[in-house]
Design a protein around this ligand. Structure first.
Ligand code: NOJ
Length: 793
């Protein structure tokens, strides 16, 4: 096995050097394929528990040709695209399957003779990056914390309309890879939580929103881009190989992408790193197999930027577009088609897939021309902000999670005297730093301290370009001024002067993260010291945490003077307004933690850090399988500080009367109907999306103020606690707002997919026979009512 591992690990290297006529490359693939097939049959007959985690990615060839079978809209788009591509020369096809320098982050080649324009691609998932008059939306992790599908959709729609207004054809988001396996992962905040169901809900709703605005969405990064450390190859070493078993791949990592595909995503971005020893952008199992066959993907696969590592191999493995330049294609692809290493059918399918997505979004009809400028050029500004600030504030508030609130410290009742501490409260607090970025925070990641001010987003391509930032300080000043009170502040010191008459002391801390590197710590000493120093004299210390992922709080959370604490996420440009609406009770909090906050770093075990190695073929073995985040805590019986799904309200709720029912007439066969004439549709077999069971319960407001509850449904599949997680989120619904005493029914629809496990032998989703435990409650550990759904033959 070790030999195979090595041999296959070297394969991409052999391919990378094959710029010339790629006969030899093809031979190499075949040789490797022969080696792999032995492993392949071993995999499919041996069952999940025996699967080698360092399993080799099996070969899946040829690349499936899209056929528009999903629905009439795809069929028409595909036909239109095929007609167009049939008129193109090989050179023209090769020209639209590669990137060119241009105004946008990515630009395809054009075919003027057929009026096919260059398509414009831009980052990123939480706002257009690097442009003027665009909005800075909350980051993905913040949107996930809303547990609100409606807001997720509105987010996608508003985001999409900004891309549309700027003439950008393809938006590079949303993100479900990384999913958040590695707690210190640098990009977890771009994604929609480490739970595949919650992330899937976000991926689906945001994709639909972006595309309803006329823009092609690009769910990314497919797949297993779970750490930044060694995510890319270098001339002397390969990228990390994320090695995963087949079941985990389906149930955890591919799962949220299914929702985006189901909603019609026109593009998918493949990731930089290797997956089961094969680079994701030339991994035939991931692209040809799972994405284009099992999940019936009709659109195109675009490489991450410079993420292509071979020519012929990536073409045959299912990559459709190389970005941001020719990569290993361009003239070489033409040559490969002429010498038969890549079939003409394959290059035609690449071009057809790109144009099919373009037609699917009806972008051929008067799409605005790109208005993308370098800020130093004189140009007519195109303002796409509309009234998105309101939505940004709403999502900002809805994703703010109150985790501690002693004796009604919150909401405020017109406090007259507030103290504000910490650089995170304001804009660029450190006069000695000239790094011009919002919220660099305390970056011990870089080995130096930069007190950059309030954190509203993370770093790298997922960051946003705010038109302005309303800091917490600004918004608090507005409030205090209105109430004719006073403020005192100190943004620099970790041991500020006491003001013993203060009604409350707000301490702001943050935790930054960025693309390109993983975090080095989940806390920082400066901020922890600041909280403890303030709490030593201020009996009403309220801590606000802006963080790009998990931030531990055990240094101070149980301090009796820390009366309240909020995880305020990465809220975007309206940060201060969103926060004050929660602090002052204009909005009763409904935000819920999209991850588990442990008591100590060590509780995360092997999930804490990225896999670090000097090996030229580095590997990350995902041996924990399905047990990431709260599933890890459940499996190992660990008590977290704050569990996944947790968040307080200013009122309280009672749950009662849980009932479960199988939908009359539902198809409950073990496997989805596999009749030959069932077409493959994008997002997976249609039966996976059929509702098979419904769970209901009532939720009543038992407190004194109006509020809404996020009711969460968890299931334990037959076998839970043995070969499956103890509990998994499979539903959530915002109930309310409810006035005190008011009750309402919460209804959860469970689809076949929600109840299925991936059967590695059958290579299909399977509804197990037996009892499915069902719990509904206020978090993954605060389960209030329970029942069962029993499936028998
Ligand atoms: C690399 C990042 O991984 C990807 O997410 C981004 O879209 C591209 N760069 C383009 O900026």
């Amino acid at each position: 096995m070790d030999f195979l591992k090595r041999a296959y690990g070297m394969l991409p290297d052999m391919l990378r050097s094959s710029r010339g006529p790629p006969e030899q490359t093809v031979l190499s693939i075949k040789t490797a394929a022969t080696l792999l097939c032995a492993t392949c049959s071993l995999q499919s007959s041996s069952g999940a528990s025996e699967l080698p985690y360092y399993g080799l990615s099996p070969p899946v060839y040829p690349s499936p040709v899209g056929n528009g079978s999903t629905n009439i809209r795809w069929a028409q788009a595909r036909n239109h695209a095929r007609d167009m591509v049939s008129q193109m020369t090989v050179e023209e096809k090769a020209n639209i399957t590669r990137g060119w320098p241009g105004a946008c982050v990515g630009n395809t080649g054009e075919v003027p003779r057929l009026s096919i324009p260059a398509l414009c691609f831009a980052d990123g998932p939480s706002g257009i990056r690097g442009q003027e008059f665009v909005s800075a939306f909350p980051a993905g992790i913040h949107v996930a914390a809303t547990f609100d599908r409606h807001l997720m959709y509105q987010y996608g729609r508003a985001l999409g309309s900004e891309f549309y207004g700027k003439g950008i054809n393809v938006a590079l988001g949303p993100v479900a890879g990384p999913l958040g396996r590695v707690v210190k992962g640098g990009r977890n905040w771009e994604g929609l939580s480490s739970d595949p169901y919650l992330a899937g809900a976000g991926m689906g709703a945001i994709t639909r929103g972006i595309q309803d605005a006329g823009v092609i969405a690009t769910p990314k990064h497919w797949l297993l881009n779970e750490q930044e450390y060694r995510r890319r190859w270098t001339p002397v070493s390969e990228a990390i190989s994320a090695n995963v078993d087949d079941r985990t791949l389906h149930e955890l990592y591919a799962f949220p992408f299914m929702d985006a595909l189901r909603e019609g995503a026109g593009a998918v971005m493949c990731s930089y790193q290797r997956a089961n020893h094969s680079y994701a952008c030339q991994n035939s199992k991931l692209l040809n197999g799972i994405l284009k066959t099992e999940l019936g993907f009709e659109g195109f696969v675009v490489s991450d930027w410079d993420g292509q590592t071979s020519g012929v191999a990536s073409a045959n493995a299912g990559l459709d577009l190389a970005m941001p330049n020719a990569g290993f294609w361009g003239d070489k692809l033409v040559e490969a088609v002429h010498n038969g290493s890549v079939s003409e059918e394959r290059i035609s399918d690449m071009a057809t897939r790109i144009l099919a997505s373009w037609y699917y979004l009806r972008q051929e009809n008067g799409y605005p021309p790109p208005a993308i400028y370098n800020n130093t050029e004189k140009h007519f500004p195109v303002d796409v902000q509309a009234d998105h600030a309101r939505l940004i504030e709403e999502i900002g508030a809805a994703g703010t999670v109150v985790v501690k609130n002693l004796d009604h410290a919150l909401p405020f009742e017109k406090p007259k005297f507030l103290c504000i501490y910490g650089y995170d409260a304001t804009l660029k607090a450190n006069p000695w730093q000239n790094r011009d970025r919002y919220g660099g925070g305390y970056e011990d990641n870089f080995g130096w301290i930069t007190l950059n001010g309030t954190l509203i987003t993370g770093g790298g391509s997922g960051g946003s370009s705010p038109p302005y930032v309303v800091s917490p300080f600004q918004a608090l000043q507005e409030r205090v001024a209105r109430d004719r009170g006073i403020l005192r502040w100190d943004f620099y010191s970790d041991n500020p002067t006491p003001y013993l008459n203060a009604d409350a002391c707000l301490v702001f801390v943050n935790a930054y993260a960025s693309e390109s590197f993983d975090r080095t710590s989940l806390t920082d000493e400066f901020s922890d010291r600041l909280v403890l120093n303030v709490a030593s004299w201020c009996t009403n210390t309220i801590v606000v945490v802006h963080s790009a992922g998990i931030r531990l709080v055990d240094e101070w959370i149980t301090h009796p003077n820390v009366t309240a604490a909020l995880f305020a996420g990465l809220p975007g440009q309206e940060s201060g307004h969103a926060l004050t609406s929660i602090l002052y009770g204009d909005v009763n909090p409904t935000g819920r933690l999209p991850y588990t906050v442990a008591k100590s770093e060590s509780d995360y075990g092997d999930l804490l850090n990225p896999s670090v190695s000097d090996d030229p073929f580095p590997e990350a073995n995902l041996t924990e399988g399905l047990s990431i985040d709260y599933r890890h805590f459940d499996l190992h019986n660990l008590t977290p500080r704050f569990e996944f799904g947790f968040g307080l309200s200013y009122t309280s709720f009672a749950y009662a009367d849980l009932s479960t029912a199988i939908v009359p007439g539902a198809n409950l066969a073990e496997f989805p109907d596999r009749r030959k004439n069932t077409p493959v549709v994008q997002g997976g077999h249609p039966a996976l999306w059929e509702v098979v069971a419904v769970v209901r319960c009532t939720v009543t407001n038992t407190g004194l103020v109006e509020g809404a509850e996020i009711a969460q449904l968890y299931i334990g599949v037959p076998g839970a606690g043995q070969d499956s997680p103890v509990r998994q989120l499979r539903g959530f619904v915002k109930v309310g707002p409810l006035v005190p005493g008011q009750g309402r029914e919460a209804v959860f629809e469970l689809t076949r997919r929600d109840l299925s496990v991936w059967d590695v032998v059958a290579q299909d989703w399977r509804l197990r026979r037996g009892a499915y435990e069902v719990w509904v409650g206020a978090s993954s550990r605060d389960l209030r009512v329970s029942g069962r759904v029993v499936l028998v033959d």
